[in-house]
Write a protein that binds this ligand. Sequence first.
Ligand SMILES: [Zn+2]
Length: 279
Amino acid sequence: MDYFKKKRDASVKRTVAFVIAHPDDECMFFTPTILHYKRMEYNIIVLCISSGNQAGLGRFRSIELVKSCNELGIPGKNVIVIDWPTLQDGMDQHWTAADVASLLEEMTTRYAVDEIVTFDEWGVSGHPNHCDTHRGVIQFLQNYQQARSKNLPHTHRKQVEDQKQNKTAGQMKEIRGYKLETVGIIRKYIGIWDIWVSKLFGAIDGDSYHAKHNNSTDSSSSSHSNSNPTIMYTSTQLFPPCSYDPMKQHQTQLVWFRYLFIFLSRYSYINTLTEIKLN
Ligand SMILES: [Zn+2]
């Protein structure tokens, strides 16, 4: 019985890609969501668009990212760090949406990605690289949706999916995008209390929403539905918060205020996301 259940689970395992800008974004901001996807037994990919080389530490920071992801249960082979001249870390660096979108096209094909999780328009902290990451994801999703609506083969996706999912040749599957909500400064630093504040604002439990969403009739339910609820993933682990151990792996970034951030930030206890709906 268990054997057949495992076989079935393996055959339907979905893949989520976390698209972040710098090593440490994954644990400073996304830990409750990553833990949710672990519970849902997804194959988790982390795509980090820069190596965080502003201070010349990119090589070390890339290694730290792998260690942090290992703490979160993500194997090193699923961690991809990009180091393009046009996509370097820095407040004064502008990343074009086209560059980020082309990266995503390559990665979603290679890993047969079903869902993407990234920053929203304001990038949690307002860092320009976070905001540009969001814009690149939007660009990719728009390109992908256009190709899909014309049912065009998208690079090598057709072959990859045919092999992995035994689908009809030429059919492009749905890719859903989710963005992490940026909140105001007060809510940002009230830690675990923001779970109740978010509930007051109507956020719904993410685990049950996501399970139900995946079991519903796929594209028809998500693309034609007008409702776009705020989905909430939580961790009530207090001492230390769930993002503490992965953050400790980022030795080059561990200054005192990072510890403060980990304990006080709501992003250590709660993530709220909405699905990205294209016009
Ligand atoms: Zn960052």
